[in-house]
Design a protein around this ligand. Structure first.
Ligand code: IMP
Ligand code: MG
Length: 179
């Protein structure tokens, strides 16, 4: 078990690079089958999902577009409960098959606020892909269609996920040792 320090907190290896790659390959395969006759629009939720989204998107074998939204709701290791839209969706999504890519579903607040706006623009379909889900932390009825890993309600960093901006470049996913 490897330990790393991010700012004032200590984290330990939790999901390895190999395990992450295997799940990404499996999810990409499912998306390649399901959308083989569509031209989906991937929507990556920044910042956390950027690495995950880039690998999923790079493995997609059919015509597709990608767009980005940026929201922020976290301060330190606690969800602030308030969602700010920093970059809105500026692509036309009416009639499109959307594949929304998120790093983690924690309370579900991000999707709870994001989805009505997206639904209002009448896309043809919406699929939610989340690398991680914390089922015990869920406060809103949000369900991902494709999940990398279900994890306990403990703070994690790495592979795009941050603690106060740091730790995103760790190649594996690390779990906090004590909060
Ligand atoms: P939700 O809106 O409560 O579902 O939280 C989703 C967002 O909170 C994610 O997109 C992450 O940016 C952030 N988040 C939730 N849990 C963690 C964590 O364990 N580590 C890092 N970021 C997290
Ligand atoms: Mg995020």
């Amino acid at each position: 078990m490897k330990q790393v320090q991010v700012l004032d907190k200590t984290f330990t290896t939790y999901i390895t690079k190999v395990e992450i790659s295997e799940r990404i390959n499996a999810i990409a395969k499912e998306l390649n089958e399901r959308y083989s006759h569509k031209k989906p629009m991937f929507i990556a939720v920044l910042n956390g999902a950027f690495l995950f989204a880039s690998e999923i998107f790079a493995q997609f074998e059919h015509p597709a577009e990608i767009s980005f939204v940026k929201v922020a709701s976290y301060h330190g290791t606690e969800s602030s409960g308030e969602l700010k839209t920093l970059i809105g969706l500026n692509s036309a999504i009416h009639g499109r098959d959307l594949i929304i890519i998120e790093d983690i579903i924690d309370t579900g607040k991000t999707f709870h606020e994001l989805l009505p706006n997206i639904h209002a623009q009448n896309p043809a379909s919406i699929a939610i892909v989340s690398l991680l889900v914390k089922p015990e932390a869920l406060k809103y009825p949000v369900k991902a269609d494709y999940v990398g890993f279900e994890i306990p309600n403990k703070f994690v960093v790495g592979y795009g996920l941050d603690y106060d901006g740091y730790g995103r470049n760790l190649p594996e996913i690390y779990q906090i040792v004590s909060e």
